[in-house]
Write a protein that binds this ligand. Structure first.
Ligand code: NAI
Length: 327
């Protein structure tokens, strides 16, 4: 059987952690033949460490055949040792009265430390996915703090936005969500993201032609996908967790095992594609093969799309400026 791989997860005792760890351990992320060792990180706080102990007890009680080891950590320097995959979920949420600059600064501190730890101790091929918000900027900070690791190993999660967009389109057309292909989401994981179905197909037919309603696109679809996170908080009283964990599994599985030519969305460091400044952590359409992602290039960008892309890029540049002095 295969050698176990090491999967580090931060914020492991949080909501998303609780929806994520059991699925990783059951083989849904890396395959039903791939044993995993979970290296779980939580803050040193006693309550968090106790909660983590409880999650580990439950993981043990699942008796997952693929779970080759579980470790609890309070320091990224030990949590990330030799790790092959790192899911950075834990982040500082916005507290009452906290300004945007405070939020950026608190997270810059976390992701600088974690980037440095990855740089020092992780596998040189580590695949990093940042889920904790602001996800793109946190991923950018971690990447900049890990100069000895390839920049392409750092990614941010746009997959939840991608999946939300697919679900809205399927409901509009009345088709199965699995029949939709070639969808993508450009930019930041925030309400400014641009979910783009101009190239999408449903059973081989153009989604855009099938819907044929620009007003629905601009005034219903994009705001619905963009504000979906807030709608879930309003309904559930808590932020999306199971769907976020599911998107993290999708992102890592597709990156590691490939997409068979299908498009997915990943937040990745730009190399200037589509006019996005280099190093910007930007949502792009990609395909994955052999453990590498590749941007779908050469797509025409019309005026409406360019306007949307400019808006989400401007927001990301603003976040980047806001943390520049902290790097
Ligand atoms: P949560 O508050 O339930 O759990 C977060 C956990 O992270 C807590 O247990 C906390 O102790 C831990 N933590 C905080 N700082 C840490 C650090 N420096 N090292 C290790 N652990 C740390 O939050 P939840 O619901 O699990 O969400 C986690 C993050 O994911 C949030 O930032 C949220 O905004 C983000 N998110 C991102 C989505 C995306 O699509 N990119 C979608 C949904 C949520």
């Amino acid at each position: 059987s295969k050698t176990p791989v090491r999967v580090a997860v931060t914020g492991a005792a949080g909501q998303i952690g609780y929806a994520l760890l059991f699925r990783i351990a059951s083989g849904e992320m890396l395959g039903k033949d791939q044993p995993v060792i979970l290296q779980l990180l939580e803050i040193p706080d006693e309550k968090a460490q106790n909660a983590l102990k409880g999650v580990i007890m439950e993981l043990e009680d699942c008796a997952f055949p693929l779970l080759a080891g579980i470790e609890a950590h309070s320091d990224p320097m030990t949590a990330f040792k030799d790790t092959d995959y790192a899911l950075l979920v834990g982040a500082r949420p916005r507290g009452p009265g906290m300004e945007r600059a405070d939020l950026l600064a608190a997270n810059a501190q976390i992701f600088t430390a974690q980037g440095k730890a990855l740089n020092a101790v992780a596998s040189r091929n580590v695949k990093v996915l940042v889920v904790g918000n602001p996800a793109n900027t946190n991923a950018y900070i971690a990447m900049k703090s890990a100069p000895d690791l390839p920049a392409k190993n750092f990614t941010a999660m746009l997959r939840l936005d991608h999946n939300r967009a697919a679900s809205q389109i399927a409901a509009k057309i009345g088709c199965a969500v699995g029949d939709i292909q070639k969808l993508c989401v450009w930019g930041n994981h925030s309400p400014t993201m641009y979910a783009d179905y101009r190239f999408a197909t449903v059973n081989g037919k153009s989604v855009k032609d099938t819907i044929n309603d620009h007003d629905w696109n601009a005034n219903t679809f994009l705001p619905t996908v963009g504000k979906r996170g807030a709608a879930i908080i309003a309904a559930r009283g808590l932020s999306s967790a199971a769907s976020a964990a599911n998107a993290a599994i999708d992102h890592m599985r597709d990156w590691a095992l490939g997409t068979n030519g299908q498009w997915v969305t990943m937040g990745i460091p730009s190399k200037g594609e589509y006019g996005i400044p280099a190093e910007t952590m930007f949502g792009y359409p990609v395909t994955c093969e052999g453990g590498e992602y590749k941007i779908v290039e050469g797509l025409p960008i019309d005026a409406f799309s360019q306007e949307c892309i400019n808006k989400t890029l401007a927001e990301l540049e603003g976040e980047k400026d806001g943390v520049k002095h902290l790097l």
